[in-house]
Design a protein around this ligand. Structure first.
Ligand SMILES: Cc1cc2nc3c(=O)[nH]c(=O)nc-3n(C[C@H](O)[C@H](O)[C@H](O)COP(=O)(O)OP(=O)(O)OC[C@H]3O[C@@H](n4cnc5c(N)ncnc54)[C@H](O)[C@@H]3O)c2cc1C
Ligand code: FES
Length: 510
């Protein structure tokens, strides 16, 4: 996924534009040479930054300016207009900044500026820990290590992951990469040399078997121990395995890791027909990607409508018809009872032939380490507002963490990429003593063919659901309310309104 970054669009900002062309609070995209630049005016000040988000190149001119920041329309990354810093994930790399000159009622964009070094901020009392260990090499593990170095932490960082690959862009594994539309270099979050260059001791293919909170060590599968002063638990979630006869056949797969994805791609090369079990996000994204490979796809799920529990009936019906338009055949209110060779037997009595079966029937947080170590657990690792677990010095982030969400007023656990990264960024800063509360509004996106669904907030249930616009016309905003309060908003191609809803939720909780 990438915006059209066609060169030289908009005015030549090196030649200057009239200040009057840029209203206070306004944005304008132009170019300097063949670089696309976004101008933003805030009162008397004008900022010039790269025009495209460093995550997937979302066009920032279509985003939202909030204070001295700009938020990306696609997945809500946030950049500081003064420094270019990606202050909120999912973008992790800064925007380029340019010098701006105002003269004779005109604005001129001059030379690119060097990336300013972040100044270490005032920390709470106590020295930073000498040794930080991160268990998990996924969204949260990576974002924590990156943030520690960004904060100029110069102690030891060891990141232990039982994945075979260094941290990858997991959301891509059910979307472009699985569809065959993404080159290999889109998948790693950073090139391999990043870890050595940043003195991050990344140990892939390494299983952590226990944590000794008294001795402040973790145990590895080979029997060795690693000491820590502060620990981040970011073990994520694992797919729920099918427990029906035939589920262990080699053509029956689940999807979490790059290795899982490659195994599905290998099978897909020769497959004519696939059965996807489950009609939630991963199942349906997999269905869309397999359709892109021209495989016949049948989706079997117990639900009445896809995604109804999270998005409501109207969006559920739309998602179903969208997939049907692309040739997916649904078998709803039904489940697989057995897999016998290439035949999937349904509980309803029907049978489906399949060379490939992908089960997307949910995930479970990986809690075993936390439970064994005696940490407080409540359908997730319980953390406080600063994301610290019941054991001092041990933080948790991502799919495993259940935290006090100030927006819903509930202790919640979610399985969203952006939340995992942002929690890890907060946890990293708190390991350094900043004592910040995690207060980001939860956000996720899901992509089905050319239709992105953006969701901000958290609504496990609601008593009112309003639809503004036209879902079938792919131009809509749905509000999920309880007792008159908006808990969450889902939208298709209403990106600015989605961002505005995020800001409104932030302000309501402040
Ligand atoms: C295919 C797919 C597509 C997705 N698409 C989206 C999307 O579009 N939007 C969205 O918001 N979310 C999406 N998600 C969800 C998102 O990827 C997760 O919420 C996110 O990855 C959670 O990050 P995490 O760091 O908590 O866990 P993970 O990213 O799963 O990382 C956990 C890490 O811990 C390691 N680990 C676990 N146990 C141990 C152990 N004992 N020892 C050593 N290492 C261990 C694992 O190997 C892994 O490296 C998707 C998920 C999948 C699988
Ligand atoms: S493209 Fe900007 S946040 Fe994803």
């Amino acid at each position: 996924m990438a915006a059209d970054e066609s060169k030289d669009s908009g005015p030549d900002l090196a030649q200057g534009i009239a200040l009057a062309e840029l209203a206070d609070g306004g944005k304008l995209a132009g170019h300097v040479g063949d670089e696309q630049v976004l101008l933003v005016r805030r009162g008397a000040e004008v900022f010039a930054v790269g025009a495209y988000c460093t995550h997937y190149h979302g066009p920032l001119a279509d985003g939202l300016v909030v204070g001295d920041t700009v938020r990306c329309p696609w997945h809500h990354a946030c950049f500081d207009l003064r420094t270019g810093e990606a202050v909120r994930a999912p973008a992790l790399s800064p925007l380029t900044c340019w010098a701006v000159e105002q003269r004779d009622g005109k604005i001129f964009v001059r030379a690119q500026q060097a990336q300013p070094q972040r100044k270490p901020r005032q920390r709470a009392a106590g020295a930073a820990p000498g040794r930080i260990v991160i268990v998990g090499g996924g969204a949260a593990g990576f974002a924590a290590a990156e943030m520690l170095r960004r904060e100029q932490y110069d102690g030891s960082i060891v990141m232990v992951s039982n994945d075979d690959a260094p941290p990858v862009d997991r959301p891509n594994l059910s979307k472009d990469y699985l569809a065959g539309n993404a080159p290999e270099d889109w998948v790693p979050l950073r090139r391999d040399s990043f870890y050595a260059e940043n003195h991050i001791d990344l140990r892939v293919g390494t299983n952590v078997t226990a944590i000794d909170t008294g001795a402040r060590t973790i145990m590895l599968a080979d029997g060795s121990k690693l000491p820590y002063d502060s620990l981040l638990l970011a073990t994520g979630a694992e797919p729920v395995r099918l427990s029906i006869p035939g589920a262990d056949a080699p053509h029956v797969r689940t999807l979490r890791s790059l290795a899982d994805c490659r195994a599905i791609i290998e099978r897909a090369k020769a497959a004519r027909r696939a059965v996807v079990l489950g009609a939630s996000f991963i199942g349906l994204e997999v269905a869309a990607s397999l359709r892109a490979r021209e495989i016949e796809v049948h989706v079997v799920a117990p639900d009445k409508r896809p995604m109804e529990r999270i998005l409501g009936p109207q969006m559920g019906d739309f998602v179903r018809s969208l997939h049907e338009e692309h040739g997916v055949v649904f078998h709803l209110e039904d489940v697989a009872g057995a897999i016998d060779g290439k035949t999937v037997k349904l509980k309803s009595g029907g049978t489906l032939e399949a060379d490939l079966v992908v089960a997307g029937i949910g995930v479970r947080p990986r809690l075993a380490l936390a439970e064994k170590a005696g940490l407080a657990v409540d359908r997730g690792v319980s953390v406080n507002a600063q994301l610290e677990t019941s054991a001092p010095g041990i933080f948790a982030a991502g799919d495993i963490a259940r935290w006090p969400d100030p927006h819903s007023g509930e202790n919640i656990r979610v399985e969203h990429w952006v939340v995992a990264e942002r929690q890890a960024q907060t946890a990293a800063r708190n390991m350094l003593g900043y004592g910040e509360a995690f207060d980001a509004v939860p956000f996720f996106w899901s992509q089905h063919y050319d239709v992105p669904i953006n969701y901000v907030g958290h609504a496990e249930s609601w008593d009112e659901l309003t639809v503004d616009g036209d879902i079938a016309g792919r131009d809509c905003l749905l509000r999920y309310r309880r007792k008159g309060r908006t808990l969450a908003v889902a939208s298709i191609y209403r990106d600015v309104e989605n961002l505005e809803a995020e800001v409104a939720m932030e302000r309501a909780a402040a």
